[in-house]
Every structure is written in structure tokens, then in C-alpha cells.
Write a protein that binds this ligand. Structure first.
Ligand code: PBG
Length: 336
């Protein structure tokens, strides 16, 4: 019988990684990243009406809220210490049309929601998405003409919608449409209307992903969408192209960058953070949320621990924060 125990010291040269892992206190002492409530942005869905809390089947625990209920949710989020909400409207179907004209109504659902939330809970940040998909009868993020999503006309409409959102009290405009030139045009439109302090969080690298399904159910665009969004979102195969797209957004004046979806795109979080140094956020999208919830409901994973681990990994990958439907659940866990 040969005794090989001495070999380990010889091979490792007495460097043993397990020394720092040996106890809870050592692990806590050397931990490189932390997840805190300050990292959370909570996306919520708004519907017309009052007293409405309408569950979304593919997103257990997430509801469409009428404005009064959204205000209550904002109050709760602020009390939990969540810095900001991201709001998404489920617009009445009869208000949707070919050009998304309801986006240009000052008093539309999303703007009334922003005004109500900022009035009741001024200390919470409100981030408004400014693509046209909640407003179009075809579910695309832009204006559809003869089978094409027309870029420049869409950018003009989105910039006008952004100004109306800022007028209503939005703190941060988040363009998710991926049209060319939108960041620069929105920045100029905001500045020209006295909104110099309204920020822009660009969905800088937004991929043509299959992870958005439950969201499209939540805002009722799933049944409307004709074709796909491949002519404006980035191909999931292309990291370097996505970086170039983000570089243009930085040049045009984006204050913050977002990567979407999150988990399959952690390399993009890292690359954006290294390249630009701007605040980087990941959007853990509806499909990612649904996967965790579904597996947990089947008892196949420990949902709570997977949730916390995934969010921590976004931090390790360089993110400054995460848009996540788990936000209130996580905030409560962190407060324990
Ligand atoms: C579109 C938009 C999408 C999401 C937010 N805004 C994607 C889409 O419908 O194509 C997805 C968010 C999610 O899946 O959680 N402007």
C-alpha cells in the first residue's frame, strides 16, 4: 500500500483554498459581493380600474394592479427600502392602434400611474419603459409600415412619449425598443423640455430572446404580436455587436445601461461594466422568474435559495442592481 497523503502538500505547495472556507465566519469575512435591498428595482404591471389585483398565470405572485393598488404597492416597496419601481401598462385593447398613438396621450394609464405614485410616495424612484409595444395593435415596439418597423418615425414618437412621461413625474426613462439613435434624440427632447434631471437607463443590450413570454401575457401583447423582433433586438449569438450597440448609447448620453435578459447574459453584464464603468443593471425577465417559480412549485429546487443565489451572481458579474419580480420577496428576506 502506498501512502500518498504527503503528495498533496508537495503538489499544492502548502496553498490550501479550503482554509478560508472552513467556517461560516471565515466565509463571511472573505465574501466579495453582497446583495442588499439597494440593488433591487421592482417591475410592476398597471391596469385600468380600481381595486384590481389580477394574477398573471405564468408569473405566480405577480399581479396586474389598478393605480390605487399600485400606489399601495409603491408604499410597501418604499417601506421595505426598495429604491425604485419600473412600471409597465396593460393598455385597454381598444386603445391600441397601428402607431401606438395612446403613448402620446399625456393622460394615459402609465402617466396617470406615475403621477399618482410620485404624489403618494415621492421617495421612491419611478422608472418608465418607453417602447410602443403596450400601445400598438401589432405588439411591436415601433411603428409598423408595410411590414417594416420604421426607425426614425418611431424614435420621434418615443421621444415625445418620454417627455410626457417626464412631465408626469418619471425619474428615469428606460427605452426598451432598440431603435437606432433613440438615446440621443430622447436626451435632447428631455433637455429641451426642462427635464435635465430626468435620467436615461438604456436597455443597451436587449436580446431577441425567448424569455419574454410571461411578460407578453402580463401586458396582453402575446396574442397580438405578428412575427418576431429580430430586426431590432440583438441576436443572442452576438456579444461584440451588443457591446457596439451599448457604446453608441453611452456616446448618445445614457446614464445607465441595462442587460436583458439576465442570467443567460452575465457575460454582457461583465463586459459592459469593464468597458464603460457606467452603472449596469440586469433585467431578470419574466421567463427567468417563471422558471424558478415553476421548478420550486414542483419541489425540484429550493426556490428561495435559487432566487438569492441568482441575484447575488448578478452582483458578482458586475451589476449595480437588478430589475426583478422577486424584489419584495427578497427585500423581506434580507430584512430578517
Ligand atoms: C418590450 C419589453 C419586453 C419586456 C419589457 N419591455 C420584451 C418584449 O415583450 O419583447 C420584457 C420583460 C420581461 O420579460 O420580464 N419593450
Amino acid at each position: 500500500m502506498t501512502d500518498r497523503t504527503h503528495l498533496v502538500d508537495e503538489i499544492t505547495g502548502h496553498r490550501r483554498m479550503r482554509r478560508l472556507r472552513k467556517a461560516d465566519w471565515t466565509r463571511r469575512m472573505v465574501r466579495e459581493t453582497q446583495l442588499t435591498v439597494d440593488d433591487l428595482i421592482w417591475p410592476i404591471f398597471i391596469v385600468e380600474g380600481s381595486g384590481i389585483v389580477d394574477p398573471i398565470a405564468a408569473m405566480p405572485g405577480v399581479n396586474r394592479l389598478s393605480i390605487d393598488k399600485a400606489v399601495e404597492a409603491a408604499r410597501m416597496a418604499a417601506d421595505l427600502g426598495i429604491p425604485a419601481l419600473a412600471t409597465f401598462p396593460n393598455v385597454d385593447l381598444d386603445l391600441r392602434d397601428q402607431t401606438g398613438s395612446n403613448a402620446l396621450e399625456a393622460n394615459n394609464l402609465i402617466n396617470r400611474a406615475t403621477a399618482a405614485i410620485k404624489k403618494a410616495v415621492p421617495e421612491i424612484g419611478v422608472i418608465t419603459d418607453v417602447a410602443l409595444d403596450p400601445f400598438t395593435s401589432h405588439g411591436h415596439d415601433g411603428i409598423l409600415r408595410e411590414g417594416e418597423i420604421v426607425n426614425d418615425e418611431t424614435v420621434d414618437a418615443i421621444a415625445r412619449a418620454a417627455v410626457l412621461q417626464a412631465d408626469a413625474g418619471s425619474d428615469i426613462i428606460a427605452p426598451s425598443d432598440m431603435m437606432d439613435g433613440r438615446i440621443g434624440v430622447i436626451r435632447r427632447a428631455l433637455d429641451a423640455s426642462g427635464h435635465q434631471n430626468v435620467g436615461i437607463m438604456s436597455y443597451a443590450t436587449k436580446f431577441s430572446s425567448s424569455h419574454y413570454g410571461p411578460y407578453r401575457e402580463a401586458i396582453s401583447t402575446a396574442g397580438l404580436l405578428k412575427g418576431d423582433k429580430k430586426t431590432y433586438y440583438v441576436d443572442p449569438a452576438n456579444g461584440t455587436e451588443a457591446l457596439r450597440d451599448a457604446a453608441l448609447d453611452v456616446e448618445e448620453g445614457a446614464d445607465m445601461l441595462m442587460v436583458k435578459p439576465g442570467l443567460p447574459y452575465l457575460d454582457m453584464c461583465w463586459r459592459l461594466k469593464q468597458e464603460f464603468g457606467l452603472p449596469v443593471f440586469a433585467y431578470q425577465v419574466s421567463g427567468e422568474y417563471a422558471m424558478v417559480k415553476a421548478a420550486a412549485a414542483n419541489g425540484w429546487i429550493d426556490g428561495e435559495r435559487v432566487m438569492m443565489e441568482q441575484l447575488l451572481c448578478f452582483k458578482r458579474a458586475g451589476c449595480d442592481g437588478i430589475l426583478t419580480y422577486f424584489a419584495p420577496e427578497v427585500a423581506r428576506l434580507l430584512a430578517r
